[in-house]
Ligand binder design. Sequence first.
Ligand SMILES: Nc1ncnc2c1ncn2[C@@H]1O[C@H](COP(=O)(O)OP(=O)(O)O)[C@@H](O)[C@H]1O
Ligand SMILES: [Mg+2]
Length: 380
Amino acid sequence: MKDAIQAAEHAAMHKLLPPSLFSGLLAISSDAVIAVDDEQRIIFFNEGAERIFGWAADEVGGRYLEILLPERYRAAHRGHVHGFGAAHGRARLMGERQQLSGLRRDGEEFPCEAAIQRIEVEGRNVFAAVLRDITARQRAEDTVREAVTAREDMLGIVSHDLRNPANAVKMLAKSILDDATRERLPEQITERVAMIQQAAQQMDSLIQDLLDTTRLASGRLRVDPQPMDAGVVVERSVDAMRSLADAARISLEATVPAGLPQVLADADRVSQLFSNLIGNAIKFTPPGGAVTLVVHADGDAVLFVLRDTGVGISAEDLPHVFERFYQGERGTGRTARHGAGLGLPIARGIVEAHGGHIWIDSLPGAGTTVRFYLPVAPPA
Ligand SMILES: Nc1ncnc2c1ncn2[C@@H]1O[C@H](COP(=O)(O)OP(=O)(O)O)[C@@H](O)[C@H]1O
Ligand SMILES: [Mg+2]
């Protein structure tokens, strides 16, 4: 920057750059370029400044700079000028200071950014400022911010308010399917009620996933880790998925070595994690296939390895599967109604909330391996 100015001065001295070039450059700047003398009287006001502030150069020439500032900032500005004058030769660049406000001729205030430089001209101080009107930029930023907040709010409210009716349907269906009631009803009816129950269950887990996704996005996915036996959680999770695996004619086995250290984990979140991962493994594995879960102690962590012999994930899809709402080519086909592309982002959120790490390897046509670490509980 300084070198460039020196080069320009040097060139000007040698008449390579005529003064008309500088005034031409200042004229085409869309930013306001303003200079004031050491009494803060305006001595230069380019076309950009005229456009931004609504004053003509000859109207403001000789007047105090304060007319370009909202009333309430004028006193503070005087202070800044003194401070700035004292700080020798220092330039203040665009965006360095948080937020400035300008005042247009018609009384409208606007947000701006300014770069300010003290220049010595024939032994006197001149302050030069380049000022940018950032009204449009700020408006665009506000719109984006509002849209994001509105979307998160809506998702949160919708998820909350949908849960109650979905739960009511689920509970009522369950009560009809109670042994005592069931006996008194024809089979055609109980079969349909079972379907209603299943649909309500799906709705409930989708809502739950949406809620978790909004929590993840706002960093509010909390876990409450307690020391626990990894083997017990694995067995419980595998048992919970057993009927799904059986229905899909897929074998589901877990291998847990003896003497595994306890992990520090949130039991509910870890069941959810297993449910998402084993659910995927079953969903993407054709009948006759196998899903296996192996657990290893590995230093101060426990490594979980979940393998399936399913369709695998293509190299194009693999880098994206942890993105929310992302579904691979095969995720959107016949199985699309059993997921919204939220299972893996939530799984990753859960693992990372425990300070762990999760990753996937896959060979299309051969199967997929998901690995993740959970921390070992410190000795009591
Ligand atoms: N075990 C797996 N085998 C093959 N593809 C998988 C497996 N797990 C995840 N995927 C791919 O990752 C995508 C995202 O998974 P997920 O977030 O659980 O969403 P969903 O299950 O709702 O499609 C899936 O749509 C699928 O393409
Ligand atoms: Mg899934």
